[in-house]
Design a protein around this ligand. Structure first.
Ligand code: NAD
Length: 256
């Protein structure tokens, strides 16, 4: 077994997850990239970048809706590197549906991936954390954590749920030395937010960027990856059960 720390990331082939994979690899971690084969994101591109820089990474297919697949992902990553030091529960989907159109199936799909998927991922990692230490960073959202969003009630409920999950798991896993935190991204340019059907699209992203104290800066996936990297690192050794807002100051803006 090596002393190199390793990290497991769900949704690691695109957006925030891919940026986190590159960030961790650049900082010397071995990275297990979980990718969802049904999605159009190619983990080979992320692996190529990381390996090109001399980093250590491998990709594993996983659908976080499937308990068996999540267990296999964590077991495979642990088999590769001997243990799992850090878990980044990042996989998520965003769907637009007005309440009248929000079928049980539509509700359950978002909750299953965005909330239950986080629980499944952390649960599957339990046998593989080091004897003392380790960390979890879950990806919540300003939607649910700080705001509501019409036609996105299921997403908001899931992302709010992630915060409750994080607080409870921080208590439960603290005695094992495992820290559990969340990042709360604001609007970040990524495949999810660029989807104009379910999210803001480019025009909506630009409109919101103009409101920020840091205007006209748009949030990048690297901004969130850096916050995830901090929460997982030893520098955050006394931080658990909390969340880190990465929103460019959106929350400070009063309605005009
Ligand atoms: P993204 O769509 O690029 O990333 C989502 C990732 O989740 C993709 O890689 C996708 O393949 C994966 N995924 C989806 N369903 C899955 C499943 N069933 N099993 C395994 N993986 C699955 O967009 P992103 O913005 O990078 O999103 C990453 C996380 O950040 C999500 O949880 C999202 O809700 C959250 N978030 C994003 C923003 C934003 O503005 N982009 C804001 C707040 C929170």
């Amino acid at each position: 077994m090596t002393n190199r720390q390793n990290v497991v990331i769900t949704g690691g082939a695109s957006g925030i997850g891919a940026a986190a994979a590159r960030c961790f690899a650049g900082a010397g971690y071995a990275v297990a990239i979980g990718y969802h084969p049904a999605d159009p994101h190619d983990p080979a591109l992320v692996l190529e970048d990381i390996h090109g820089e001399g980093g250590v990474a491998a990709a594993f297919p996983v659908d976080v809706r499937d308990t068996g697949q999540v267990a296999a992902f964590l077991a495979d990553a642990a088999a590769q590197w001997g243990r799992v030091d850090h878990v980044i529960a990042n996989a998520g989907i965003l769907r637009r549906a007005a309440l009248g159109d929000l079928t049980d199936d539509a509700w359950n799909e978002v909750i299953d991936i965005d909330l239950t998927g986080v629980m499944r991922t952390v649960r599957a990692a339990l046998p593989y954390f080091p004897e003392a230490g380790g960390s979890v960073v879950a990806v919540s959202s300003i939607v649910g954590a700080n705001y509501g969003w019409a036609e996105h009630a299921h997403y908001a409920a899931a992302k709010a749920g992630v915060l409750g999950l994080v607080q409870s798991l921080a208590q439960e896993l603290g005695p094992r030395g495992i820290r559990v935190n969340a990042v709360v991204p604001g609007t970040i340019e990524s495949p999810q937010s660029l989807d104009a059907t379910h999210s803001l699209g480019q025009a909506g992203i630009d409109q919101q960027a103009a409101l920020l104290p840091l205007a006209p800066r748009t949030g990048t996936v690297e901004d969130v990856a850096a916050a995830i990297g901090f929460l997982a690192s030893d520098a955050a050794g006394f931080i658990t059960g909390t969340s880190l807002l990465v929103d460019g100051g959106l929350g400070t803006v009063s309605p005009r």
